[in-house]
Design a protein around this ligand. Structure first.
Ligand code: PEP
Ligand code: MN
Length: 339
């Protein structure tokens, strides 16, 4: 249920409604817009007297939320959320498109610092890189762990880029949150509900990847877990789904951009690297994603893809990245956005 307050409702009127919502045993999630405040009420609504709340001063209307996800839905918040990340609080969403790049895995200090400086010069706002890697095989490189987090933190200090890195288990949430700016939840963990709740209790934005077989409703309900735990700063990431096709690693569902935009106010980021599996396809998919309305991109970029410890085949070089940024700026401008 959503309580829509009239424009200009005072703090006292809003608090009065929140108290009423508590009296009915519901949890309140106020969303303060530029003109109007809405209060999303979550919980068992069977015992609620809708009319009583509608009668409270400065209440415009009380409406049911129809989507299964509540706080993630466009019904609750009409303006697209802008989420600020990193030391400079650079925005993603709204008119701004944020480009994040970096290797699949953190391999060494030199690899990260070289990449970070190159992508910063190209105009990226964030550096990605996994210190903890969710690998299909237990015999593959599993990441540098804490040492990798420290290398990423050093790159942030040098470049002021926002650091985006994956948290694969509950036990790492605290240290990953300490060293990074955005916690990535990987596709394999989209339905790891205790982990979603744990990152929901931190104060760091979360980049949530869509599971490789998840529907959009399941994806948005996973985002809802994080928001419901107390963290509204969720960035959605489409990274391709598993299909029968063999010419790509995953099938990048770019139609998810307009479909999600119809349903949610959360920023939408596209990962064309895992979404295709091939470096040569990445630039075209980036341009298409921005043209289709993506709020950001997260791209695997490695100074020496042929020797990458993971995902070399889908990693572009810093040189290709810099060339791509020039084209991305032109496409962004054509759709009234900016990088
Ligand atoms: C990654 O970003 O390197 C990664 C493992 O992604 P995904 O969870 O989308 O497979
Ligand atoms: Mn990868």
């Amino acid at each position: 249920m959503i309580v829509v307050m009239k424009p200009g409702a005072s703090k006292e009127c809003i608090q009065h409604v929140i108290d009423l919502v508590h009296d009915y045993g519901l949890k309140d999630h106020p969303i303060y817009g530029t003109d109007q405040t809405v209060i999303a009420c979550i919980g068992d609504k069977r015992a609620v007297d809708k009319g009583a709340i509608e009668n409270a001063p400065m209440v415009e209307k009380v409406m049911p939320i129809l989507a299964p996800y509540k706080m993630a839905s466009l019904e609750v918040k009409k303006e697209i959320s802008q989420i600020c990340i990193g030391p400079n609080q650079t925005p993603i969403g709204g008119t701004k498109i944020g480009i994040i790049a970096g290797p699949c895995s953190v391999e060494s200090r030199e690899q990260i610092l070289t990449t970070a400086n190159a992508i910063k010069d190209a105009g990226c706002i964030g550096l990605r890189g996994g210190a903890y890697k969710p690998r299909t095989s237990p015999y593959s490189f599993q990441g540098l762990g804490l040492e990798g987090l420290k290398i990423l933190a050093e790159a942030r200090q040098q470049t002021e880029l926002a650091i985006i890195t994956e948290v694969i288990g509950l036990e790492q949430v605290e240290s990953v949150a300490e060293y990074s700016d955005v916690l990535q939840i990987g596709a394999r963990n989209m339905q790891h509900y205790p982990l979603l709740e744990a990152v929901g209790k931190t104060n760091k934005p979360v980049l949530l990847k869509r599971g490789m077989s998840a529907t959009l409703d399941e994806f948005l309900l996973a985002a809802e877990y994080i928001i419901n735990a107390g963290n509204p700063n969720v960035i959605l990431c489409e990274r391709g789904i598993r299909t029968y096709e063999g010419y790509v690693r995953n099938t990048l569902a770019l139609a998810a951009i307009p479909a999600l935009r119809e349903r949610t106010h959360l920023p939408i980021v596209i990962d064309p690297s895992h979404g295709t599996g091939h470096a040569y396809m990445v630039p075209s998919m980036c341009l298409a994603a921005v043209a289709a309305g993506a709020d950001g991109l997260i791209i695997e970029c490695h100074p020496d893809p042929e020797h990458a410890a993971s995902d070399g085949a889908q990693s572009i070089t810093p040189k290709i990245m810099a060339e791509l940024m020039v084209k991305l700026r032109r496409v962004a401008e054509a759709v009234d956005r900016e990088l």
